[in-house]
Design a protein around this ligand. Structure first.
Ligand code: NDP
Ligand code: GDR
Length: 344
């Protein structure tokens, strides 16, 4: 039986990846950091929290000694490093913590692998945020990095550390440069879920106005469940490498809002510009969306659109779910949760 460690089991991707690996017969070790109220709602929703082959372990990415401990105790075949301080906005207010967790955290694991067993395969959760300022469209494995946030900077460090351990020590260390991927398990601080949760609340008469930041940002949004399958595939081939996963389509935040309201049969008309922009219900004339500059970031990533040709050719990976299908799925789930009084 293959053994895999997945860091960040309380997060979106780790929950889906754990489900996928359990289905494939793996023994899965999901790590979480100790907090006063650890929340396992995602693995509970997927119905895998009591799975006999899933073990949950305390582990903080910044604690090198714990990396040694878990790797020597478990002797895994594969490690998927999905834990991170992953919210770009927060990285501007907590840049040092982000550097430690998101950047050095990956190096801690690589260093433990190098000394304990260099045969362990390692997956690093890299990101399209590393591309940052637009230098090429669409972005692929050859596009230069120009990160625009402390989060992006920390991820570039972790990405190069991964490649460096691959080149220096022959470790099977792979970096997946994933573009935004969403799902009903997305955290509410991220814009898609913030929107679908608000739309659900509107439909139930629980919210009047939704405040957002930059409406013009363009993102390449895919479905998280399909992206974790890409991660798995990256560790099953003969050689380590770097792979972009993306849909090759891009939409603005404004487009996503319109799509989410369409899911409850409300059409939005947009008026004004930048901080004066509002979104109005075409039937009632009521203002549903306002811009609040408090959600703006000191530097923004304006446009992301990825080219996943390499992943398609080598991994036979292709995204299937459209943004409309994804958005409908998220709104539907949020309506159900809000009806049931769920807080997550
Ligand atoms: P989430 O924010 O949902 O999950 C992040 C996880 O990291 C949580 O389990 C969190 O724990 C954990 N974590 C945070 N700090 C620490 C720490 N110090 N020690 C141990 N664990 C910690 O992220 P996603 O599932 O969306 O993303 C998975 C990975 O992929 C992340 O590394 C992210 O940066 C990256 N990524 C994500 C993309 C996306 O669109 N989703 C795109 C590209 C890359 P807690 O619950 O306690 O906060
Ligand atoms: P991102 O995701 O920064 O791309 O990082 P997020 O959903 O936070 O922002 C996407 C875009 O929407 C704009 N925006 C808002 N964002 C949030 N969170 N809240 C708002 O109210 C709001 N209004 C507008 C943002 O400015 C931005 O342009 C995600 C994370 O999952 C990272 O970990 C991952 O690496 C990248 O995707 C790829």
């Amino acid at each position: 039986m293959k053994k895999a460690i997945i860091t960040g089991i309380t997060g979106q991707d780790a929950a889906y990846l754990a489900q996928l690996l359990l289905d494939k017969g793996y023994q899965v070790y999901g790590t979480y950091r100790r907090t006063s109220s650890t929340n396992f709602w995602r693995i509970e929703e997927l119905g895998i929290d009591q799975h006999p082959n899933l073990t949950l372990l305390e582990y903080d990415l910044i604690d090198l000694s714990s990396a040694y401990r878990i790797i020597s105790e478990i002797e895994p075949n594969e490690i998927y490093n999905l834990a991170a301080q992953s919210f770009v906005g927060v990285s501007f207010t907590q840049p040092l913590a982000t550097a430690q967790i998101t950047g050095v955290g990956a190096l801690n694991l690589l260093e433990a692998i190098r000394t304990i067993n260099p045969k362990i395969k390692f997956y690093q959760a890299s990101t399209s945020e590393m591309f940052g300022k637009v230098h090429a469209i669409p972005q692929n494995e050859e596009t230069p990095f120009h990160p625009r946030s402390p989060y992006g900077v920390a991820k570039v460090f972790a990405h190069w550390a991964t490649l460096n351990y691959q080149e220096s020590y022959g470790i099977f260390a792979t970096s997946g440069i994933l573009f935004n991927h969403e799902s009903p398990l997305r955290g509410k601080e991220f814009v898609t879920r913030k929107i679908t949760d608000a739309v659900a609340k509107f439909s139930l008469g629980k919210q009047d106005v939704l405040e957002l930041g930059n409406m013009d940002a363009k993102r390449d949004w895919g479905y998280a469940k399909e992206y974790v399958d890409g991660m798995y595939r990256m560790l099953q081939i003969d050689e380590p490498g770097t792979f972009v996963l993306a849909t090759n389509k891009t939409q603005t935040v404004r487009d996503f809002v319109s799509l989410a309201f369409q899911a409850i049969n409300v059409d939005i008309e947009w008026k004004g510009k930048e901080e004066n922009e509002i979104g109005i219900n075409t039937k009632t004339g009521k203002t549903l969306i306002k811009v609040n500059p408090k959600f703006y970031r000191p530097a923004e990533v304006d446009l992301l659109i990825g080219d996943a040709t390499k992943a398609n050719n080598i991994l036979n990976w292709k995204p299937k779910t459209t943004l409309k299908e994804l958005c409908d799925m998220m709104v539907k789930k949020d309506i159900e949760r809000n009806k049931n009084g769920a807080t997550f």
